[in-house]
Design a protein around this ligand. Structure first.
Ligand code: IMP
Ligand code: MG
Length: 183
């Protein structure tokens, strides 16, 4: 029987590497936000596993919320137009907000979210991304906390998907191009 692993060209980041790096980012956030009761806003659905691991390792009083945006659909290239498909429920006025993303690619999603959240008068907005593909950047945005720089290839696993699949892989891998090239 074919498994998810058969569609992976190369494992880029192992479970151990991810865990170690998430611990390091968590230590930085703990140092910077201790006593500030930050509000983590996870961008669904790609960030859910990273967010879950991160907030447990940060281990300071904080609250959580989630948003969902869409721009990709069943494609590996950003459409550039971003829509909020699920908004936050929390009142963020006066709060220290940390946006948690799976990957910073064109940067259009993050730039859009920063503007959107800043308009609601938070005390601060910071950004945290597990992965960064700087080669593909269009918007002028860099993350305050970033896990790994990755090459310009389509990656899946640890929450990241292609057409909603592969999110449950425990590692991050490069998807075989033939999986999406014929669609
Ligand atoms: P951006 O707006 O182009 O920065 O794209 C951000 C979103 O695109 C991320 O939150 C991901 O959901 C998705 N994305 C970008 N590159 C990849 C990838 O290599 N694999 C899976 N999802 C990706
Ligand atoms: Mg996605």
């Amino acid at each position: 029987m074919k498994t998810m692993h058969d569609d992976i060209l190369q494992v880029l980041l192992t479970e151990e590497e991810l865990s170690k790096r998430v611990e390091e980012i968590a230590a930085d956030i703990r140092r910077d936000f201790a006593g500030k009761n930050p509000l983590f806003i996870g961008v669904l659905r790609g960030s859910f596993i990273f967010m879950a691991d991160l907030v447990r390792k940060v281990d300071i009083p904080c609250t959580l919320d989630f948003m969902a945006t869409s721009s990709y659909g069943k494609s590996t290239v950003s459409s550039g137009t971003i829509k909020v498909t699920k908004d936050i429920s929390a009142d963020i006025e006066g709060r220290h907000v940390i946006i948690v993303e799976d990957i910073l690619d064109s940067g259009n999603t993050m730039a859009f979210l920063i503007d959107l959240l800043n308009a609601k008068k938070p005390a601060s907005v910071h950004t945290c991304t597990l992965l960064d593909k700087p080669e593909r950047r269009q918007a002028d945005v860099t993350a305050d906390y970033s896990g790994f720089v990755v090459p310009d290839a389509f990656v899946v696993g640890y929450g990241l998907d292609y057409a909603d699949n592969y999110r449950t892989l425990p590692y991050i891998g490069i998807l075989k191009p033939e999986v999406y090239e014929n669609e």
